[in-house]
Design a protein around this ligand. Structure first.
Ligand SMILES: NC(=O)c1ccc[n+]([C@@H]2O[C@H](COP(=O)([O-])OP(=O)(O)OC[C@H]3O[C@@H](n4cnc5c(N)ncnc54)[C@H](O)[C@@H]3O)[C@@H](O)[C@H]2O)c1
Length: 386
C-alpha cells in the first residue's frame, strides 16, 4: 500500500485506490465522472441517501458521458439476503450492463455488500466502484474486498471476494448520519485503534460521552479519524487479502461473537453495537487469561460505553459464546484465532479453542456484567449530579 495525500493505494490483484475527497483534491463528482468514463453505469443507492442527496445524484447522472440508471435498494439488515442480490442482478440485466460496464454503490455497508456480491456474480465479475456514505462504509465495508449476504440465519454466509475498481470516500456524507449509524462506525474505529493505534484510541476516548453534532462530524477532526482508520484497515487487509494464510486477522477483533449476537437479536442489535459488545467480552477473556491488565480492559469497556454503545446484552450467554467459538473454528480452519487485546493499541490471538474453556468464558462474562453494571451506576450518578 502506498499513500499520497488524497489517495491510498491498496495493492491486491493489480490494486485499487481509495480516494479521500477531503475538499482539497478533485471532488467526488469529478472523480466519479472520470472513473466511469463513457461506460454504462448502474448507480445503486438507498432510500435515505437518494432523498438526502437527490441533487448530487441528479448532477452526477447528467455529468456522466455514458448512459446511467439509478436503483434504490432496500437496505435494512434483514434485506441483506440473496434475493436482494438476484433482484439487483435482474435490474442490471434489464439495463443492459456489459462486461466492462460498472455498478456504483453509493450508501452504507448493506448497500456495498449487496452491490459487491451482485457485481461479483454477474458474468463472474464486472467492475464496481464504492462511494461509502456511512462511517462503517468509509473505514471498513466500502474499502475492502469482501461482500456478503445473510443466509438461513447465518450472518454473511454467502459472499465473494471482489475488489472494487476504486473507492471514493467523502467524509462530508457523515454530516447527515443519524447518531446510531455514527456510533456503529465509532465501534469499528475503536476496533482499529485497539489493534494498531493507542493515539487514535485516546482521541476517541477524549470525544467523551457526548458525540460530535452532525455538523461537527464533518470537520477536520472527523476527516483525520477517517483517514487514520482507512490506513489501518488497508495495511491489515494487505497482509492477506484473500485470507489464504493463517486466518489470523487482527481485523477480526470484535467479529467472533458479534455475528451470533446480531442473529440472536434478530438484528435489533446492529453490527456496530454487536462488534462493541464482542470487543468488551474479548477484553475480559484476555484479563481472565492473564494477558491484559484489568485497567486496560476497563478503558476499552469505558470507551465503548462512552461512545453510547452497549457493552453487554442479554443475548450474550455462555451458550452463545460456545456456539460462536465452534462456528469460528469451522470458519478459521480448525483454530479459534480469537483476537484479544494485550494492551490498548496491541492485540494478539488465542489460537486454540481448548484455551477458551467454559470456565474462562464464564469468568469473562461475569466480569463484564460487573464492570458494565458499575459503569451504568456511575453514569446514573453523573446524570443525577448534572
Ligand atoms: N463487507 C464487509 O467487509 C463489511 C465490513 C463491515 C460491515 N459490513 C456490513 O455493513 C453493514 C453495516 O453498514 P452500515 O453501518 O453502513 O449500515 P447500513 O448500510 O445499514 O446504513 C445505515 C442506514 O444509514 C443510511 N445512510 C447511509 N448513508 C447515510 C448518510 N450519509 N446520511 C444519512 N443516512 C445514511 C442508510 O440508508 C441506512 O438506512 C452490516 O450489514 C455489516 O455486516 C460489511
Amino acid at each position: 500500500m502506498g499513500a499520497g495525500q488524497h489517495e491510498l493505494r491498496y495493492d491486491i490483484g493489480g490494486g485499487f485506490a481509495v480516494a479521500l475527497c477531503d475538499g482539497e483534491g478533485p471532488g467526488l463528482a469529478e472523480r466519479l465522472r472520470d472513473a466511469i468514463g463513457g461506460r454504462r453505469a448502474l448507480l445503486c443507492t438507498t432510500p435515505t441517501v437518494a432523498r438526502l442527496y437527490a441533487d448530487m445524484l441528479a448532477r452526477l447522472s447528467s455529468a456522466l458521458a455514458g448512459p446511467s440508471e439509478l436503483v434504490v435498494l432496500r437496505v435494512g439488515e434483514t434485506d441483506k439476503h440473496i434475493e436482494s442480490v438476484i433482484g439487483l442482478c435482474a435490474q442490471a440485466q434489464r439495463f443492459g450492463i456489459g462486461r466492462r460496464d460498472v455498478m456504483v454503490a453509493i450508501g452504507g455497508g448493506v448497500c456495498s455488500d449487496i452491490v459487491r456480491v451482485a457485481s461479483g456474480l454477474i458474468r463472474r465479475g464486472i467492475p464496481h466502484i464504492c462511494v461509502p456514505t456511512t462511517l462503517i462504509g468509509q473505514i471498513d465495508a466500502g474499502i475492502g474486498i469482501k461482500g456478503g449476504v445473510n443466509f438461513n440465519g447465518a450472518k454473511s454466509y454467502l459472499g465473494v471476494f471482489h475488489a472494487p475498481e476504486a473507492a471514493m470516500v467523502d467524509p462530508r456524507f457523515l454530516a447527515t448520519l443519524p447518531l446510531p449509524a455514527w456510533r456503529d462506525g465509532i465501534a469499528e474505529a475503536i476496533k482499529l485503534a485497539c489493534i494498531a493505534d493507542a493515539g487514535l484510541f485516546a482521541r476517541i476516548e477524549a470525544m467523551g460521552p457526548t458525540l460530535p453534532s452532525p455538523e461537527e462530524q464533518s470537520n477536520g477532526d472527523c476527516t483525520a479519524l477517517v483517514r487514520r482508520s482507512i490506513e489501518i484497515t488497508l495495511a491489515e487487509l494487505a497482509l492477506d487479502p484473500l485470507e489464504r494464510g493463517t486466518l489470523c486477522r487482527l481485523l477480526d477483533f470484535g467479529h467472533s461473537f458479534s455475528p451470533a449476537i446480531e442473529t440472536a437479536s434478530e438484528h435489533r442489535i446492529s453490527h456496530g453495537q454487536a462488534v462493541g459488545i464482542d470487543m468488551c467480552v474479548s477484553a475480559e477473556i484476555a484479563v481472565a487469561l492473564g494477558r491484559l491488565a484489568d485497567a486496560e480492559a476497563g478503558r476499552i469497556v469505558a470507551a465503548i460505553a462512552g461512545a453510547g454503545l452497549p457493552a453487554d446484552c442479554a443475548e450474550l450467554t455462555p451458550a452463545l459464546m460456545r456456539r460462536s467459538i465452534d462456528a469460528v473454528v469451522k470458519h478459521r480452519a480448525g483454530k479459534a484465532n480469537l483476537v484479544i487485546p494485550v494492551a490498548v493499541g496491541a492485540c494478539d490471538f488465542i489460537r486454540e479453542a481448548a484455551t477458551l474453556s467454559d470456565a474462562v468464558m464464564g469468568e469473562a462474562l461475569a466480569a463484564l456484567r460487573r464492570r458494565s453494571a458499575g459503569l451504568a451506576q456511575a453514569q446514573t450518578r453523573y446524570e443525577a449530579r448534572s
